[in-house]
Ligand binder design. Structure first.
Ligand SMILES: [Zn+2]
Length: 467
């Protein structure tokens, strides 16, 4: 019997994160995400890969953080492996308790409205039933994850990952043929401090196997910008728009980016760059998540444990269109979802209202998938000829007059950071996970260049590696 690794999510894109390890009779899953680019059963990890092997089974699943592509498939995993136990940090659990029921409601609504052809993968009752299978552990507290048929002890430990609230990397320690082995899975990781969350921490070297995320592997721009520069650009852009009487729309992801941007706006107000009276609007799930950020502020890593997201004066976006329109009459800041401005979301609605106003601005602060409304807006703004943009197919082309700016506030380490992590952890073997094909190619090429003694493997769905 040996130690085997396989990945259950798609590997040609970012996909659903879910990795499986069979460690001398113990089955451990790392993350249980859903693929945000897929719908219905195609979005789930491919659990058949485990079921095809007679002695493979999931005893424990370790969830690194609460993003949908790492957590969203947990109820599906429990249905397939009803005796599995889930492990996460206390903050990730708090986020999961809000996010999984919200995901169930969204799936139901999409089926009802006809925007999804599939039955929901789970409902709120499933989520409620499974929640007693969640166990929480603080980073730095090792815990046992040996399976029922495990022949050697397997221990796990979380390390702060610096990505979003509650995010963690996982260190697994086990014995293999008389030798202690250490495997570290980065999850999504960022060694640099953001505005609220400090940078990640990593185990002592050396590591035998490193499962390394490679999200920004094909992104040369990310390593050429500094956070400080981007913060200054954000401040200048907001000040400029407010001074000329326009509105600012900042589309954000509900977890992480939303809170980090509010913290920055607070800083600008505190320092007098922005008038304290300028209204800041927020809405929906993002507000519930900000509340969790605040409730955990004294016992999770913070740059300033005094800072509260709700200490930033903010108004709830009015429900009625009339109420929303009224707000736009005075210069205001909208920090609203979705980050990619999908149709039917608040960021799309507000962008439609200001896109023809040359005094206003949309400031993009996150990743925009190709073809998403945020990407269409950015492409139109960057092209010399485009005078129009389609933010919503139902509305059709609109004149593009507002200012559009793109800034970089990633929760991921740059590709240089990822190479440095490898240098620090001194692994014998790196398995590249979670990144587009070109991102992994860059990582693989550079790892072999800088660390010729390190074995590098590209994970592939269904392909089993012997560790
Ligand atoms: Zn993430």
């Amino acid at each position: 019997m040996s130690v085997r690794y396989t990945t259950l999510g798609r590997t040609d894109t970012i996909g659903a994160s879910c990795h499986f390890l069979s460690i001398h009779g113990t089955g451990v899953a790392l993350d249980a995400g859903l693929d945000p680019e897929e719908d219905g059963p195609a979005s789930t990890p491919d659990f058949r890969i485990i079921k095809q092997e007679p002695d493979w089974y999931i005893d424990h699943v370790l969830v690194t953080h609460a993003h949908h592509d790492h957590l969203g498939g947990l109820p599906v995993l429990f249905r397939e492996f009803p005796h599995a136990l889930a492990h996460m940090t206390p903050a990730t659990r708090k986020l999961a308790d809000v996010l999984l029921p919200a995901s169930a409601r969204l799936q139901r609504r999409r089926m009802r409205e006809g925007s999804s052809a599939y039955d929901p993968l789970f409902d709120e009752e499933d989520v409620e039933l499974h929640s007693y299978l969640y166990l929480t552990h603080d980073p730095g507290d090792p815990f046992d994850v040996t399976g029922l048929n495990g022949q050697t002890t397997v221990t796990a430990e979380f390390f702060d990952a610096g990505h979003i609230l509650g995010s963690a990397g996982v260190l697994l320690t086990y014995e293999d043929e008389g030798t202690e082995r250490r495997l570290f899975y980065t999850g999504d990781t960022n060694p640099n401090a953001q505005t609220i969350i400090p940078g990640g921490t990593y185990p002592e070297p050396p590591i035998d196997t490193l499962l390394l995320e490679s999200t920004l592997g094909a992104d040369p721009e990310a390593e050429q910008t500094t956070r400080r520069e981007e913060e200054r650009k954000l401040r200048d852009a907001v000040v400029r728009v407010l001074e000329r009487g326009g509105n600012v729309v900042i589309p954000v992801f509900a977890i992480g980016r939303a809170q980090e941007i509010l913290a920055l706006i607070d800083r600008y107000k505190q320092r007098g760059a922005i008038d304290a009276d300028v209204p800041v609007y927020t809405a929906g799930l993002q507000r519930a998540i900000s509340d969790i950020y605040d409730k955990t502020r004294t016992h999770t890593p913070r740059l300033n444990s005094e800072f509260r997201v709700y200490g930033v004066d903010q108004e709830r976006v009015p429900r009625s269109s009339q109420g929303k329109r009224r707000g736009l009459h005075e210069p205001s800041i909208y920090v609203v979802t979705s980050g990619m401005m999908f149709e039917g979301t608040l960021s799309n609605w507000f962008a439609q209202r200001i896109v023809e106003d040359e005094d206003s601005s949309v400031i993009l602060v996150g990743f925009s998938k190709e073809g998403s409304p945020a990407d269409r807006l950015l492409s139109a703004a960057e092209s010399e000829e485009a005078m129009h943009v389609v933010l919503d197919e139902l509305v059709g082309p609109q004149q593009l007059r507002c200012e559009v700016q793109r800034l970089r506030f990633s929760g991921h380490g740059t590709r240089r950071d990822l190479l440095d992590i490898v240098g620090e952890l001194q692994p014998a073997h790196v398995v590249l996970v979670h990144g587009d094909a070109d991102a992994r190619t860059w990582m693989a090429d550079n790892l072999s260049h800088f660390y010729p003694d390190v074995k590098v493997t590209n994970s592939k769905t269904g392909q089993t590696l012997t560790l």
